[in-house]
Design a protein around this ligand. Structure first.
Ligand code: TRP
Length: 332
């Protein structure tokens, strides 16, 4: 990873939760420790195909930037910026359109799912689908290719988009000269698995079962108390493998602490109330200090703006170089 350029984008569509922290943000921070350079941007242009409220967009953008800053993204080595601050990216996307088969976009999972929904509802297959959504994968390819990223940490749901990026880059190279674009590798962290939410289903905004990363201590405590359990008594043995509490505990505790907790479950040595208190302790221990930084940043958005502007200043010339290379080989 030492000589690799990492890049990832986070869409500003709602307050990030602990599932996002464990499944996406933590892996990015870990990968970035050993990478040569990491680009992290807030993909606000990608949100535009359905976010219609610019105040929400702005709030979510600040929240994501503040989360990365509070969790210690190394700003010496990493570039944190807002996608829309780099006008070269949509220009690159518009050039890439010409080497992207329409059929590729027709095959995109997210587009196809909407078409299927429309079809079974008996309305026009493209009802409610705008071109921002349809061409989403091309803008994403532009994001990645603009900075010649080697590796892209993403969730499983983005795997197809990475394949499209490789296809689009390959098609460009085939037409205009081999090795003009590097083909980026997806970095999909499998081992974290699914992070359960308050009701035991996958933690997800759409299930309304999330715990925001930096909610205040009281809210964190209350949320943890709400986590669903069965009604086993404290001295009854409990199955650690099917317990949401254990799954969450494993994400925050050391291996040794997890081993002890599992043992307490199996032997009927702990009640759910006490297990929840212990879960709160390990979570809060990890979150307290970054939460303070986060709260301070959110109340001082000028500090966040300064970091994002500095990031854009570093990112822009790199995207500009890519754009110039494309112009040179495509237009002359
Ligand atoms: N599509 C990604 C998501 O929904 C966000 C994103 C936009 C992205 N551009 C990117 C991720 C480039 C990785 C690389 O999560």
């Amino acid at each position: 990873m030492k000589d690799k350029i990492l890049l990832t984008g986070v869409k500003p569509t709602g307050t990030p939760h602990l599932g996002n922290l464990i499944g996406a943000i933590d892996p990015i921070l870990n990968f970035s420790k050993t990478a040569q350079k990491t680009f992290v941007f807030i993909a606000d242009l990608h949100a535009l195909n359905f976010v219609r409220n610019k105040e929400n967009l702005k709030r979510d953008t600040y929240e994501i930037a503040a989360i990365f800053m509070a969790l210690g993204l190394d700003l010496e080595k990493s570039v944190l910026f807002r996608q829309s601050d780099i006008p070269q990216v949509p220009q690159i996307a518009s050039l890439l359109m010409n080497v992207t088969p329409k059929g590729l976009m027709n095959r995109a999972h997210s587009y196809k799912a909407l078409v299927e929904k429309n079809t079974s509802a008996g309305v026009d297959p493209d009802d409610g689908i705008n071109m921002g959504l349809y061409t989403y994968p091309i803008l994403m390819a532009a994001d990645i290719l603009a900075y010649q990223a080697d590796a892209v940490p993403v969730g499983k749901d983005q795997k197809q988009h990475l394949e499209f990026t490789r296809d689009i880059a390959g098609s460009f190279n085939h037409l205009y000269g081999k090795d003009l674009f590097k083909l980026p590798m997806p970095l999909i962290s499998e081992e974290t698995g699914i992070i359960p939410g308050l009701d035991g289903r996958k933690m997800s905004k759409s299930y309304q079962n999330v715990i925001p990363i930096f909610c205040d201590e009281k809210t964190l405590q209350k949320s943890i108390m709400k986590i669903k359990t069965d009604c086993k008594l404290p001295n009854e043995p409990k199955d650690p493998d099917s317990s949401t509490l254990i799954q969450l505990y494993t994400c925050f505790a050391t291996a040794e602490q997890t081993r002890q907790m599992r043992h307490l479950f199996e032997t009927g040595g702990i009640g759910y109330g006490d297990a929840k208190k212990m879960l709160f302790d390990v979570m809060n221990q990890k979150l307290t200090s970054p939460r303070e930084k986060y709260t301070d940043l959110i109340h001082h958005p000028a500090q966040i703006d300064a970091v994002l502007e500095e990031g854009a200043r570093k990112a822009r010339p790199i995207a500009q170089q890519t754009l110039e290379m494309m112009r040179r080989v495509m237009i002359g």
